[in-house]
Each structure stands twice: as structure tokens, then as C-alpha cells.
Design a protein around this ligand. Structure first.
Ligand code: GLP
Length: 238
């Protein structure tokens, strides 16, 4: 079985802090490449940690080019926009600023074109260095939902029912997401999962078959992938 590095912490805060430190190391090590960032509840304490670290070391991210993992396709601009969420929780709080943030425009009426543009922008800007990721309760990474292909690329996707329900999206909501191909192309992948709701997805990712049924499992075998878990998310691991 292809294993990956797993670190388990007593609390979500400790897992988030360790993941944040690993992200900072990755930003430094792969400074000529993009730093991939995700939205979601799990990321908030990670971003709080990054903001605190940057406050002690102003300019920490001043040369960093960030890039967005995924975005909901919606004609309405609001709190559901992931780029706005990442800006609110992380980028706008960086006292020393950052170089740029490559975003996905979820308001476009041509999401396929937007997905291709985002994919090309990543390649034109040196590719992914470190990628920070959450995991869905169904094992999704980004919005690569169960049933996705291992060679999937940045594209428009339908969302699984559990994703629609958990996030309160109306049925039929779609998203633009980096594919498994782009995520796996990152030099370093950092996955954070906290809370008991993620425990079965974590188990499937690490101990189940490597299959599109659990999209996160498709990243297993990446040469530099670490999972940062709290005890609750790790509780089903054997
Ligand atoms: C969401 C998004 C990801 C996020 C993941 C975990 O649905 N597709 O950007 O990282 O699933 O989200 P959360 O941390 O809110 O559980």
C-alpha cells in the first residue's frame, strides 16, 4: 500500500499551526512557484496562524504569488465566493502584503473558458510549489468529487449531493476546480483535516483503495504529501 506522511495532533489548533508552519516552509523552499490556497472552515485556524507568523516577520509573503484551488460558479458576488473568503481570512490581513493572487472568476458566464484560463495562468506563472488543501466528508479535494478521473484537469464540475447540502448550495450549483493532475503537480501537498466528520474520509484516503471513489486517495504516492490531523479526524485509522 502506498502510504503518506500522517501527523496527528491533540487539538485542531495544533494541527492547523503545524500545517501553517509547513506551508511557510514550502513557500520559502518553492519561492519561484505558486502557493496554492483553499477555502473552507478547516483553513481558518491555519490562516490565523499564518497571519500571526507574518505579524512577527513582516514581509514573509511579500514576494509570494498565491493561487486559488477552487471556486463556486455563481452570478452573485457575496460571502460564498472563495476568493473573497481567502482574501478576508488571509491576504487582506498580511501587513507586509503579497505579490499577487491568481483567482478564479466564479461569476463568469463562460466557466469552461475560465477553467482553461486559470490552468494556463498556473503554467505561465511557474506551476505549483506548495498546495494547501482541505478534504471533503466524501473524500473530495478541491471540488474533485467521487467518480473523478486520476488525470482530471482544471475544469467545471458538478457537485455531489453531500457537498451541496453541507455547504447550503442550491441543486445544480457547479464549480471550477483544479483537477487531480494540477494538484498532484505541486511540489509539496499539505492536507489538513480536523473533526470527527472527516474521519471516514481520512481513513478512505489512507487505507482504502486508490480510486476515484475517494478522490483524495488519488494523491497517495505523491513524493511530498503530509496530512495534518487532529485526534478526532484520525480516530478511525488502524
Ligand atoms: C470544500 C472546498 C474545498 C475545501 C474542502 C473542505 O467543499 N471544495 O476548498 O478545502 O471542501 O472544506 P471544509 O474545511 O469547510 O470542511
Amino acid at each position: 500500500m502506498l502510504r503518506c506522511s500522517v501527523r496527528v495532533f491533540d487539538t485542531p489548533q495544533l494541527a492547523a499551526a503545524a500545517a501553517g508552519d509547513a506551508f511557510i516552509d514550502g513557500v520559502s523552499e518553492f519561492s519561484m512557484r505558486l502557493a496554492g490556497v483553499a477555502a473552507g472552515h478547516t483553513m481558518k485556524p491555519v490562516y490565523d496562524h499564518l497571519v500571526s507568523a507574518e505579524a512577527r516577520s513582516s514581509g514573509l509573503f511579500s514576494r509570494t504569488a498565491f493561487v486559488q484551488l477552487d471556486e463556486v460558479v455563481s452570478p452573485v458576488w457575496g460571502d460564498a465566493n472563495f476568493s473573497e473568503e481567502i482574501d478576508r481570512h488571509l491576504l487582506s490581513r498580511l501587513s507586509g502584503g503579497y505579490r499577487t493572487f491568481l483567482v478564479i472568476n466564479g461569476q463568469t458566464n463562460q466557466p469552461d473558458v475560465e477553467a482553461n484560463r486559470h490552468r494556463a495562468a498556473i503554467l505561465e506563472n511557474g506551476g505549483l510549489g506548495v498546495q494547501l488543501l482541505g478534504i471533503g466528508v466524501n473524500g473530495h479535494v478541491g471540488f474533485n468529487e467521487p467518480g473523478c478521473e486520476p488525470d482530471s484537469r482544471c475544469r467545471v464540475t458538478e457537485l455531489a449531493m453531500s457537498t451541496l447540502e453541507r455547504n447550503g448550495y442550491t441543486p445544480g450549483t457547479r464549480a471550477v476546480t483544479l483537477g487531480i493532475t494540477e494538484i498532484a503537480s505541486a511540489q509539496r501537498i499539505i492536507i489538513v483535516a480536523t473533526g470527527v466528520a472527516k474521519s471516514l474520509a481520512v481513513k478512505a484516503m489512507i487505507e482504502g483503495p486508490k480510486s476515484g471513489a475517494c478522490p483524495a486517495s488519488l494523491l497517495r504516492g505523491h513524493p511530498d504529501l503530509t496530512l495534518f490531523l487532529d485526534r478526532a479526524a484520525a480516530k478511525d485509522l488502524s
